[in-house]
Design a protein around this ligand. Structure first.
Ligand SMILES: Cc1ncc(COP(=O)(O)O)c(C=O)c1O
Ligand SMILES: N[C@@H](CCCC[NH3+])C(=O)O
Length: 422
């Protein structure tokens, strides 16, 4: 049970980079997210090394895990950021300082005027514009500030990639981007806008994609457009290849270094000798396997033939199983010698039948009070969490070379009520 995960057993106890997970749960309570700083830095380093031969910037997709502590680490490692909201912009500036804005790209189909203003004020590297009305609004906001907005159009390449339908984005059936065939005409329009500078082209075909061919196909189509745009006189420098590189959630071997190398080789081969600055937007790949959600067994029960293990974390803390039927490995934090296996549903306390972490999963029989670790929960875990059922979201601990540190304390009830005016 490793596959490149930082969570390994020593003396029957789960450790994260040598730190005892059960002790963290005692100290900080559960549910608790625990992350390995080392693995995040290592994964970002793998990306940077794999693309070392080409001019590039790794712009971490903040939505995967927006912890300030993680953003700060990645900023210090030279990463830029892919943001999708004013809130994410505020986070990266808070974590990395104002200078980091020169490495920030802003994606998303629904940017508001206020968010555009914030990003224009911060002087981010580039807006990835997803529609003509958005382009018009951005041109107006930039003009009002006497600025020029650097833009890439996010093109929709109509490339199919095998992943869950909710997280596939590169087909014309999806809301994302501008159809690649229409893009050239939109660039011509954009270039005629005095407050717009056409500096790039971007593409992103979806998330949790394990094959590299669709990425290469999308990039090749994008580069063909870049050639046309250059011949039309646009000074295209940035090609944003998006994110989406998948990880292994099942209990199989996974060699992250090999996966990135394979991905980089495919993109480089599509790139050929073309002179561009490549932007890469990995999210999950950097943080997914670095994190686990630690939860405590509250009760066990049986309805008919079915056994349930009820834990103190719920779908509000980690929604991936409920939303995408996503598989997460679940393991005991402390193993018991000679314990038998049983088949059970691992479920949370939330009042929804969809509140499960695993169904009909074979696991060692647990007892009330035992700790379980839901693995590979570092991406789209806390960042996709909610306070549904007025539940306090988990605390977060970052395990660094100097030891474990609380990087987000548990919320309080008062904080949840604070914005309300009864
Ligand atoms: C524009 C964009 N870039 C990057 C990402 C990051 O994706 P992933 O976490 O799959 O790498 C996403 C999410 O799919 C995205 O929408
Ligand atoms: N939230 C999804 C990924 C979405 C990617 C967003 N662009 C997941 O947990 O797998």
């Amino acid at each position: 049970m490793n596959q490149g995960r930082p969570f390994v057993y020593a003396d029957a106890r789960l450790k994260c980079d040598g730190v005892d997970v059960a002790e963290l749960a005692e100290q900080f309570g559960t549910p608790l997210y625990v992350y390995s700083a080392n693995q995040i830095a290592e994964r970002a380093g793998l990306f940077q090394t794999a693309f070392a031969g080409v001019s590039h910037t790794v712009c971490y997709a903040v939505k995967a895990n927006s912890s300030l502590a993680i953003l700060k680490m990645l900023a210090a490692q030279g990463c830029g950021f892919d943001i999708v909201s004013g809130g994410e912009l505020a986070r990266v500036l808070a974590a990395g300082g104002r200078d980091v804005a020169s490495r920030v790209v802003f994606s998303g189909v629904g940017k508001t005027a206020a968010e555009m203003d914030e990003a224009l004020d911060a002087e981010i590297l580039q807006f990835n514009v997803e529609s003509e009305p958005e382009l018009e609004l951005l041109a107006a906001r930039a003009a009002a500030k006497g600025k020029r907005a650097r833009i890439a159009l996010r093109v929709n390449p109509d490339v199919s990639a095998e992943t869950h339908p909710y997280i596939s984005t590169g087909l014309s059936a999806h809301k994302f981007g501008i159809g690649i065939k229409l893009a050239r005409a939109v660039y011509t329009r954009a270039a005629a806008m005095p407050s717009i500078e056409t500096t790039g082209v971007s593409v992103h075909i979806g998330s949790q994609i394990r094959q590299v061919e669709p990425f290469a196909e999308a990039l090749a189509k994008t580069l063909a457009l870049v050639a046309e745009l250059r011949s039309d006189g646009h000074q295209i420098r940035y090609v944003d290849a998006g994110g989406g590189l998948g990880i292994e959630y099942a209990d199989k071997d996974f060699d992250a270094a090999e996966q990135v190398a394979h991905y980089a080789a495919a993109l480089k081969s599509a790139l050929g000798s073309m002179d561009v600055h490549l932007l890469l937007e990995p999210g999950r790949f950097l943080v997914g396997q670095a994190g686990a959600l630690i939860t405590r067994v509250l009760y066990r029960k049986q309805n008919g033939d079915k056994k349930f293990v009820i834990v103190d974390a719920g779908m509000n803390d980690l929604i991936r199983p409920a939303l995408y039927q996503a598989h997460h490995e679940i393991v005991p934090v402390v193993t018991r010698e000679g314990s038998l296996d049983e088949e059970a549903d691992i479920v949370g306390p939330v009042c929804e039948s969809g509140d499960f972490f695993a169904r009909a999963r074979t696991l060692p029989v647990s007892e009330d009070g035992d700790l379980l670790a839901v693995l590979d929960a570092g991406a789209y875990g806390l960042s996709l969490s909610s306070n549904y059922n007025t539940r306090l979201r988990p605390a977060e601990v970052l395990v660094e070379s100097t030891g474990a540190r609380l990087v987000r304390r548990r919320e309080t009830y008062e904080e949840l009520f604070a914005p309300e005016m009864p």
